[in-house]
Design a protein around this ligand. Structure first.
Ligand code: PMP
Length: 412
């Protein structure tokens, strides 16, 4: 019956949606289904980018659970907040990200956003108003959502070279050469730390050269900081962001708390902008708020209230920082173990964050899935946190036939 109703088409009815083009399904979500349906017990999931414990869980952090309990007792209203979201959240988080002094600058303003994605989208919409004819330069490879976010907001996007997968190194000269083509007033997107998907980190000398380039050519840096605390430590992972904000009159920061507080589905982020003067930043803030009104009216409250509760309590803050240090310790331990397991993986030990790109082709990715039950993104990106010290040998055994330099054979 249902089918009969669905297929009956009233006469003269036109398909109002005929102009839409079918879209490919999200590749990583498809991978989740494939992994779930795989019956092999020794399968390894290195696909989706979430932190995992040694037993494969993505837990709610202790401080988050404690903050949620407090909120249940202490929250007296769920009435509307403004388009800026939870101001105490943005103020407390601003100190963690920018440091206490810079966070108080009268040339910097921040608002809460739905996740890092919301921060990037709000930043893109702001740029569309402020610099409608500018180009956003994005390094390759990058998080696959970067391009679409700016394109959907109506910005022109161009790629610049960043990382050479085969040699597992940042091609800094090529990056600078490409950015020489940027016009004054263009925007350059940077990963503040823990680059997704490569894990490759720029040195402070390279950030210095980038700051000089931005100053000379009048380029606006937009920093995406989605993994603070999961690389070196909270301070070290914010160093490049703080450096660019200190060196340049204007800068934008899109921030996510979804990884470092394990709040993924709660959608917790923030957008900060620095302008050359207090008068200018007041106008910027007014525009951020009016854009947020039309995008989501106001951001979801719960996750930001959790972060505000944690950062506002010395006890919860300490516990959050020590659990974050445990998470980082696990990732970096796995990095060292991978680097020691095969000479072709040595580069992984020096990189930071949850991801690395394996120097293998798309056919090898498929072969590893079929032959060894090892799941990863189609471009060879692995989520390091999906490994365990115990399954690294099985992972390396599945990978080795696809690497250029095979492991030396044992004598006899
Ligand atoms: N930027 C980068 C580099 C990311 O990897 C991610 C998440 N995968 C985001 C932004 C978006 O984070 P969120 O889930 O908070 O929207």
């Amino acid at each position: 019956m249902t089918n009969a109703i669905a297929t009956t088409r009233p006469e003269g009815d036109e398909d109002m949606f005929a102009a839409l083009v079918a879209q490919p399904a999200d590749a990583l979500l498809g991978l989740i289904a494939l992994y779930r349906d795989d019956q092999r017990t020794a399968k390894i999931d290195l696909g989706v980018g979430v932190f995992r414990t040694d037993d494969g869980r993505t837990p709610v952090m202790r401080a988050v659970k404690a903050a949620e309990k407090r909120l249940i007792h202490e929250q007296t209203s769920k009435s509307y907040l403004g388009a800026e979201g939870d101001v105490a959240y943005t103020d407390l988080l601003g100190e963690v990200v920018l440091g206490p002094e810079m966070a108080r600058s009268d040339r910097i303003t921040g608002v809460q956003t739905p996740g890092g994605t919301g921060a990037l989208r709000l930043g893109a919409e702001l740029l569309k108003r402020a610099r409608p004819n500018a180009t956003v330069w994005i390094g390759t490879p990058t998080w696959p959502n970067h391009g679409p976010i700016f394109i959907e907001a109506g910005m022109a996007v161009r790629a610049h070279r960043f990382y050479d997968v085969a040699s597992a190194t940042i091609d800094f000269d090529a990056m600078l050469e490409d950015l020489e083509r940027a016009a004054a007033g263009d925007i350059v997107l940077f990963h503040g730390c823990c680059h997704n998907p490569t894990g490759a980190a720029l040195s402070m000398q390279q950030w210095q050269a980038i700051a000089d380039l931005c100053a000379e050519r009048n380029l606006l840096p937009l920093i995406d900081l989605a993994y603070q605390g999961l690389g070196d430590d909270l301070e070290g992972d914010a160093a490049a962001t703080r450096f660019l904000f200190a060196k340049l009159p204007s800068a934008i920061l899109a921030y996510s708390c979804d990884k470092n507080f394990g709040l993924y589905r709660e959608r917790v982020g923030a957008l900060w902008v620095q302008a050359p003067s207090p008068a200018s930043i007041a106008v910027v803030r007014g525009n951020m708020l009016s854009l947020a009104r039309s995008l989501w009216s106001m951001p979801p409250d719960h996750g930001a209230a959790i972060v505000r509760t944690i950062l506002g309590s010395p006890v919860l803050r300490d516990d959050w920082m020590s659990e974050l240090a445990e998470m980082r310790g696990r990732i970096n331990l796995l990095r060292s173990a991978l680097a020691a397991a095969h000479p072709d993986l040595a580069f992984i030990g020096d990189q930071r964050g949850m991801f690395a790109m394996l120097p293998i082709g798309a056919d090898a990715v498929v072969a590893m899935r079929r032959n060894s039950g090892i799941y990863m993104a189609g471009n060879g990106r692995i989520n390091i946190a999906g490994l365990t010290v115990q399954n690294i040998p099985a992972f390396v055994a599945g990978l080795t036939p696809h690497l250029c330099n095979r492991m030396p054979m044992h004598d006899g």
